[in-house]
Structure formats: structure tokens, C-alpha cells
Design a protein around this ligand. Structure first.
Ligand SMILES: Cc1cc2nc3c(=O)[nH]c(=O)nc-3n(C[C@H](O)[C@H](O)[C@H](O)COP(=O)(O)O)c2cc1C
Length: 171
């Protein structure tokens, strides 16, 4: 069974984030989900989005995988809104789906970000580290990818960093 899932959280299914994922996952050792193909509403205090795709997706992720890799572009110095919405919805698991939420404990979290240049700002990683801690997950690391100006290819130095990042998973 494939134990790692990459969770793509970009506004473009075949954009730069997907390019980075395809490089990371060139030997297809990881499973993959594109959050853009899911209907996941914002967190609501009355849980009025409880019947959307979030809970079934989390059930599948929690049942099948030990390691969750979040892949996000940098949008306005932060994770994408798609991923922030996904994180907000983890709050559902602290209320009416506590049993499911508890099963995140002991699982691994990692993160791969990307933007045009190698200039990720301080603090970008903090929500991942702290959310993992709060949920009882092990945060195993991150990397940032960026692109060449001429061809919009992944920068060779970024490729080396992704290769190193991949070592975290014994893939
Ligand atoms: C809404 C939006 C906001 C962005 N904000 C930033 C930013 O704050 N810093 C940055 O370096 N790049 C920023 N970018 C550039 C993206 O990070 C970059 O193009 C990324 O590779 C896009 O990945 P995608 O094709 O998966 O969306 C932004 C792009 C968009 C569309």
C-alpha cells in the first residue's frame, strides 16, 4: 500500500505546483489528490458544510496514509486559500468527528511550497509546524521550489532541494 499522499492546493490543476509535484513524484511512489477537484466549503460554526467532500476525503486520507504532504503555491506571502480552507476545516474534526480527528495523531506532515523566485519569507512554514503540533502529528520538514526566468522550469538548485526533501520519505 502507498502510505504517502500529496495534497495539491493550487488554483491551477496543471500549474507550477503540479510541475513541482510531478518532479517530486516522478517514480509515482506517492498517491496524489488535487483539492481543486473537490468541493470543500469554508469552516462554518454551524457546520453547514459538513456534507461536502471534506469528511469523505479525510476518511480516505486517514484510513490509507501515514504521511500527508501539502503542496502549495505562495499566494500573498501565505499558503493558498484552498489550503487554508482545508486547514480551517480540520476544525470540523475537533467537533462532530472527534474520533476521526484523533487518528491524525502520530501521522507525519510535510510541506512543499513554490513561487517564482527563491525568496520565501520568514514565517511561511509556521502554520504547518504549529498545526502539526496541535494535531499531535510529526512535522518532518519542507522545501521551497522556484523557477528559471526564461523557461519557467524548476530551477536546478530547487531540483536538488526537492531530491533531498524526497529522502525524508525513503521513496
Ligand atoms: C494570487 C496570487 C498571489 C501570489 N502571491 C505571491 C507572493 O506573495 N509571493 C511570491 O513570490 N509569488 C506570488 N505569486 C506567484 C506564485 O507563487 C507562483 O507563480 C507560483 O509558482 C504559482 O503556482 P501555481 O501555478 O500552482 O498557482 C502569486 C500568484 C498568485 C496567482
Amino acid at each position: 500500500m502507498n502510505k504517502t499522499i500529496i495534497i495539491q492546493a493550487s488554483s491551477k490543476s496543471t500549474g507550477n505546483t503540479n510541475k513541482v509535484i510531478n518532479y517530486l513524484n516522478n517514480n509515482e511512489s506517492f498517491d496524489f489528490v488535487d483539492l481543486k477537484t473537490k468541493k470543500i466549503g469554508v469552516f462554518e460554526y454551524d457546520f453547514s458544510n459538513a456534507d461536502d467532500d471534506f469528511i469523505p476525503l479525510m476518511e480516505e486520507i486517514i484510513n490509507k496514509y501515514d504521511t500527508l504532504v501539502f503542496a502549495t503555491p505562495v499566494y500573498w506571502y501565505s499558503m493558498s486559500a484552498t489550503l487554508k480552507t482545508f486547514f480551517d476545516r480540520l476544525s470540523d474534526l475537533l467537533h462532530y468527528k472527534k474520533d476521526l480527528g484523533r487518528q491524525l495523531r502520530g501521522k507525519n506532515m510535510a510541506m512543499i511550497s513554490n513561487s517564482g523566485a527563491n525568496d520565501l519569507r520568514n514565517g511561511f512554514e509556521m502554520p504547518f509546524i504549529e498545526s502539526a503540533k496541535y494535531l499531535g502529528m510529526n512535522y518532518i520538514g519542507s522545501t521551497h521550489a522556484w523557477f528559471t526566468e526564461d523557461e519557467n522550469d524548476i530551477h536546478p538548485e530547487a531540483k536538488l532541494k526537492i531530491d533531498e526533501f524526497k529522502n525524508l520519505f525513503n521513496a
